[in-house]
Design a protein around this ligand. Structure first.
Ligand code: CIR
Length: 271
């Protein structure tokens, strides 16, 4: 598994905020937490592939929003917030070493945080950031690969994956106040502890589930149902309305014979 990540920008404290009050962010601490997060991903078997830093783009660390990657293709998004659109080029350049690219075009908007893939089903949250045109373009792009795209309303939070994520092949974790539980019928659903509304944003890596250390009670719920939980402190990133899914894009290593890496100055023949 490859994990694309991007360094914390010195301008992180100018990040976009929708549902949180602005609090001072200790950017140095955020960067240390981010490096610890990368080490956790590496310890779970990921090869961490950094995207070049974008110091002037405050939200660049939240790479998840810039692309939706399946084993077959990478869809570069058009983030709902215009100020985040310049983030996509740097990510696209790296992804072009691993996958064919498709691009969400106007009037479509789509944030990767609104896209939850479980097997061949892809839920797209219709949110303040993602619109129907974006969801429809994604549906068209992924249909040839047999994915079914299902739209679901997001209410009360930033992204679909603030409200619900996967903790296994047919098991989800959710804040039931922020989702439409019926949209996920047929899946086992663990509810977050009610005192930890942001705890549904967890990252499944292999058979492990990465959770924010702050979400102790929800972590206990997960452990109780047999989930292997790994905790990581992302408190400063949380002040920027980010969580554990937002800081990486996970992609399977390419099949032999497919594109195998990113061009660097050292290896021009590889592109
Ligand atoms: C934003 O509002 O866009 C950023 N401050 C936070 C983005 C978090 N991304 C995510 O949940 N996928």
């Amino acid at each position: 598994m490859i994990a694309l990540t991007r360094p914390v920008s010195p301008s992180l404290d100018c990040c976009a905020l929708s549902h949180l009050q602005r609090e001072a962010i200790d950017v140095g601490r955020a960067a240390r937490q981010h490096r610890a997060y990368e080490r956790v991903l590496a310890s779970l078997g990921c090869r961490v592939q950094p995207v070049p830093a974008a110091p002037d783009l405050p939200d660049a660390v939240f790479v998840e929003d810039t692309a939706v990657v399946t084993p077959e293709v990478a869809v570069v998004t058009r983030p709902g917030l215009a100020s985040r659109r310049p983030e996509v080029d740097g990510v696209a350049t790296v992804l072009s070493g691993y996958r064919e690219l498709r691009w969400i075009e106007p009037p479509g908007t789509l944030d990767g945080g609104d896209v939850l893939r479980v097997g061949r089903t892809i839920w797209v949250g219709l949110s303040a950031r993602t619109n129907r045109a974006g969801a429809e373009q994604l549906r068209r792009m992924l249909k040839p690969f047999d994915y079914v795209v299902r739209e679901v309303a997001v209410k009360g939070c930033l992204h679909l994956k603030t409200a619900v994520t996967a903790i296994g092949p047919d098991r989800l974790i959710a804040n039931l106040d922020w989702t439409v539980p019926d949209a996920f019928s047929g899946y086992d659903m663990v509810a977050v502890d009610p005192t930890e509304p942001f705890a549904a944003n967890v990252l499944l890596v292999g058979d492990a589930v990465v959770v924010a250390t702050a979400h102790v009670l929800t972590a206990e719920r997960l452990t109780a149902v047999g989930v292997r939980v790994i905790a990581v402190d992302v408190s400063e990133l949380g002040k920027a309305e980010g969580g554990v899914t937002c800081c990486s894009i996970l992609l399977e290593e390419a099949e032999p014979g497919a594109r195998t890496g990113v061009q660097t100055d050292m290896e021009p023949e590889r592109r």
